[in-house]
Design a protein around this ligand. Structure first.
Ligand code: SAM
Length: 160
């Protein structure tokens, strides 16, 4: 296994190079959705699979900030599920699975915030990357999921 750091909007790989491409909670930090999904598609071989687990707007507007991915509204590039589907389908990808994991994510964040309340954060954890507002970010993720301001989707799409 090897790791390469690069810009998701200009992936440092040749076209039709991978059987599987996976993206995890990154799309909401990228404004240009068509370029993002276009690059993921470009590096996939024909019949290759895009696997994603991502955050989108929910049915209610105005998520509470800070969130785990953005300190302020202006730093967030959330889009609707429909906008993401549109960008994926414009990128030579056919959506195969689209599973709403908002409930599971809500349970995860509720458990995490309860644990932090009871015994404080673990010595090593993602809170170290989130700075002083880490706890508020976790609490806002719970509120945003409870109030349907964000939604979590796990899915796959196949390269044409
Ligand atoms: C909310 S974090 C998620 C990190 C990790 N995937 C996770 O689930 O814990 C979003 C990540 O996307 C990265 N990112 C934003 N724009 C990017 C780009 N154009 N190319 C590569 N990474 C990018 C950020 O640096 C950040 O590490």
């Amino acid at each position: 296994m090897s790791f390469r750091q690069g810009n998701a909007l200009e992936l440092p790989f040749p076209s039709e190079n991978f059987d599987i491409v996976w993206t995890e909670h990154t799309q909401m930090n990228i404004t240009d959705k068509e370029q993002f999904y276009g690059e993921l598609s470009r590096v996939l071989k024909p019949n290759g699979r895009l696997v994603f687990h991502d955050i989108f707007f929910g049915t209610a507007s105005n998520p509470h900030y800070p969130t785990p991915w953005a300190e302020y509204d202006s730093l967030s590039s959330l889009c609707t599920q429909e906008e993401a589907k549109d960008a994926i389908e414009k990128s030579n990808l056919v959506i195969h699975e689209w599973k709403d994991k908002s409930k599971q994510s809500l349970e995860f964040f509720k458990k995490m915030t309860k644990k932090i309340d009871a015994s404080g954060p673990t010595p090593l954890g993602i809170h170290l990357l989130m700075g002083k507002t880490a706890k508020t970010k976790f609490l806002n993720q719970v509120r945003n999921l409870e109030e349907n301001k964000v939604s979590i989707i796990q899915g796959t799409a196949l390269k044409i």
